[in-house]
Design a protein around this ligand. Structure first.
Ligand SMILES: [Zn+2]
Length: 245
């Protein structure tokens, strides 16, 4: 006897299995990241053909056996097929999926990261912002969802909320003028600080609502990149592809 699950989620990755099947990794709201076998779906006439693809967002009905899970049916809400149309958007989407996979696990509700990924796919598909800016915002927000966000509202040493003019990568946030004597930190541009504070406090559906002047973006990018590398030791396979675009 198998248990039937109904979950909503996004297909993060797909691997061929045998001649006709695929193994899907789906990030679900209810069960976190799960592995599901989609049987027969490689035949174009099969009812699961369209749903068994990367980036598809929808509802999935799954039979949970003792060892494996099998996809019974799916209702596609958004196929995000436009993300599979250019090399550039494939590279970015794969990277976002790899990060979402890294930061989630099975058996845990993953509503926030799923929502972040969904909004990120919408922003990519509509080209709302330059892709490199979407990338850095995504990296910042996924760390925040994971409890590793940047502290941008008060000094990480003394808790003061004024004269926040320095940033410490190791300590994960801003440092005030007074604490600069005892703590290491590099200067941070007030406009970049404002961007960090905005992203730390805005509603999730507002994160892709702004663009930045080139010089502000470069500073913001540098800070997020270094902060991410300081706190996440893992190296992502799809990051190498991103360097080619
Ligand atoms: Zn301080």
């Amino acid at each position: 006897m198998s248990n039937i699950l109904k979950v909503s989620g996004i297909v993060l990755s797909v691997y061929p299995l045998g001649e006709n099947d695929k193994n899907l990794t789906i990030l679900t709201k209810e069960r976190g990241k799960i592995q599901v076998v989609s049987r027969g779906c490689r035949r174009t006439s099969h009812p699961l053909f369209a749903a068994s693809n990367e980036y598809v967002y929808g509802e999935f009905v799954i039979a949970e056996g003792r060892v494996m899970k099998y996809l019974n049916s799916a209702e596609i809400h958004m196929s995000f097929s436009n993300l599979r149309e250019s090399f550039e958007s494939i590279c970015y989407s794969s990277y976002f999926c790899e990060l979402a996979s890294y930061f989630t696990m099975e058996g845990q509700e993953e509503k926030d990261i799923l929502n972040l990924l969904y909004l990120t796919f919408l922003a990519l598909g509509k080209k709302l912002l330059p892709y490199p800016l979407i990338r850095r915002i995504f990296e910042l927000k996924i760390l925040q969802c994971h409890g590793m966000g940047i502290q941008s509202f008060f000094c990480v040493h003394c808790g003061k909320t004024e004269k926040l003019r320095y940033f410490s990568f190791e300590e994960g946030g801003v440092i005030c003028d007074d604490c600069r004597q005892i703590a290491e930190g590099r200067e941070i541009d007030p406009q970049v600080l404002y961007v960090l504070q905005f992203l730390g406090s805005c509603r999730i559906n507002e994160i892709y609502s702004f663009t930045l002047k080139d010089e502000i973006f470069l500073e913001f990018e540098w800070i997020v990149k270094r902060f991410f590398k300081t706190h996440v030791e893992h190296r992502f396979r799809s990051e190498q592809m991103l360097e080619m675009v």
